[in-house]
Design a protein around this ligand. Structure first.
Ligand SMILES: *Cc1c(COP(=O)(O)O)cnc(C)c1O
Length: 365
């Protein structure tokens, strides 16, 4: 008997999410010692000292269950964003929240809209439910909101917008998103995924829209600019009605005690965030200059990574980079077979990556 036949059809058809290659895996497979990983948009500057101190303190309470309501973290977030704590849903990473949203609103008869080249988790969570996937062709590698609006039908339940988008780093201007929200029917849920919003300039603009659009859900995370990817904390901001639904559905203790304690500390560490943004801006410039020198084109990015067009089969270059101990991210699965996505690292890491890229391109000729 084939056990796969026992699974729900929509699950049996799923392809697993492919994460960036872990450093230890490359060390095991290739015997390379000095590995740098620029593959998962992680913070290159390590966690905030305040977060580390909070974790040390919080270890004392590890025999107890975490606060299932996440009171203190929600309080801190509510204060920062000038919202009611009842508008917040905490997640085990924002991936958790994205899945909760899909499970909360989407059934197999519904359609879910997302953009070409958008974050892989959107089709994944929608497909798991057996919903119809509607992928709208991108415009200049980014979201084409006009086309996405035109793709809405009476069956549309959910629209995902990543801003900035991963893996392309493209950005849709606030006024365009606002216009989109105004134009679409209010029974369509819009998920605005702002995992990289802190790297931009107008961080809090979108949150004002929650007052006007009860069908809007904004997702954010501590994994990127706040440097806590390993702990898994993300959150959704929404109308209280939606937050109430999501909070009914989530697991009672979906975010652990160490993670919440560190997130509260990280949220208060403004210096860390400024340093993260500064290092990112400088690294971005370093890559742009490096790509220009190598004659490579790239997709302009507002995030902490950049997609470069290596003008050849990118899988070969990826492999050659691995051999030199540099892990980046192939994005052929996103419909970008000649691009590689590189997370912005520290100056010496970026330097090594650019050199390895130059070597790899020369070898590939
Ligand atoms: C990294 C990322 C997330 C955040 O994932 P977490 O589960 O919070 O670590 C969400 N959306 C996009 C588009 C991302 O790139």
């Amino acid at each position: 008997m084939n056990l796969c036949d026992l699974a729900v059809d929509s699950i049996a058809a799923l392809q697993p999410y492919v994460p960036g290659k872990p450093i230890e895996e490359l060390q095991r497979q290739y015997g390379v010692r000095d590995v740098i990983k620029l593959a998962s948009n992680e913070s290159p500057i390590g966690p905030s000292q305040a977060a580390l101190a909070a974790i040390a303190l919080a270890t004392r309470d590890l025999t107890r269950y975490p606060d299932g309501n996440g009171f203190t973290l929600k309080q801190a977030l509510a204060e920062k964003f000038q919202l009611d704590a009842g508008q917040i849903t905490l997640g085990n990473g924002s991936n958790d929240v994205l899945e909760l949203i899909a499970r909360c609103f989407v059934s197999p008869v519904d359609e879910v809209i997302f953009s070409q080249h958008a974050f892989a988790v959107y089709p994944l969570v929608a497909q798991a439910i057996g919903a119809s996937l509607v992928e709208v062709p991108a415009k200049d590698f980014g979201h084409d909101l006009t086309a996405m609006q035109q793709a809405i039908t009476p069956k549309t339940k959910l629209v995902f917008i990543a801003n900035p988008n991963n893996p392309t780093g493209t950005y849709v201007a606030a006024n365009e998103i606002y216009g989109f929200l105004q134009a679409i029917p209010d029974n369509v849920i819009v998920v605005l995924d702002e995992a990289y919003v802190e790297y931009g300039d107008n961080e809090q603009n979108s949150i004002d829209w929650l007052k006007e659009f009860p069908n809007l859900i904004i997702c954010r995370t501590f994994s990127k600019a706040y440097g806590l990817a390993g702990l898994r904390v993300g959150f959704a901001l929404s109308s209280p009605e939606i937050a109430d639904l999501l909070n009914r559905l989530r697991q009672p203790f979906n975010v652990n005690h160490l993670a919440m304690s560190a997130a509260i500390a990280a949220l208060g560490d403004e210096d860390y965030l400024q340093r993260a943004k500064q290092v990112n801006a400088e690294g971005m410039q370093q890559y742009i200059e490096g790509f220009n020198k190598l004659g490579l084109s790239y997709i302009p990015s507002k995030a902490n990574f950049i997609c470069v067009d290596v003008a050849t089969h990118a899988a070969d270059i990826y492999e050659k980079l691995l051999q030199q101990g540099v892990i980046v991210r192939p994005v052929a699965g996103y419909g970008l077979p000649t691009h590689l996505r590189i997370s912005i690292g520290l100056e010496h890491e970026n330097q090594r990556c650019l050199e390895a890229l130059e070597n790899s391109l020369a070898e590939a000729k």
